[in-house]
Design a binder for this molecule. Structure first.
Ligand code: ZN
Length: 64
């Protein structure tokens, strides 16, 4: 679980999707590099994993 420190109040932010600090309400000013790549690629990875699980479940049901 990557945590990110609020640049204003230095509290850890555990919500990757959050753009505003939960504690002080300021913008988190997230860096657009590594963290940004994780943020934007994650939905695709989740969709791929769900699709794989569904396919495997179907295969197991077919084989029985
Ligand atoms: Zn803050």
């Amino acid at each position: 679980m990557p945590d990110y420190l609020c640049p204003h109040c230095k509290k850890p932010i555990y919500d990757d999707e959050a753009t505003l600090c939960l504690y002080c309400g300021e913008s988190l000013e997230r860096p657009s590099g590594f963290m940004g790549n994780i943020k934007y690629s994650r939905p695709k990875i989740i969709a791929a994993v769900i699709a794989l699980i569904v396919i495997l479940t179907f295969l197991l049901l077919m084989l029985r």
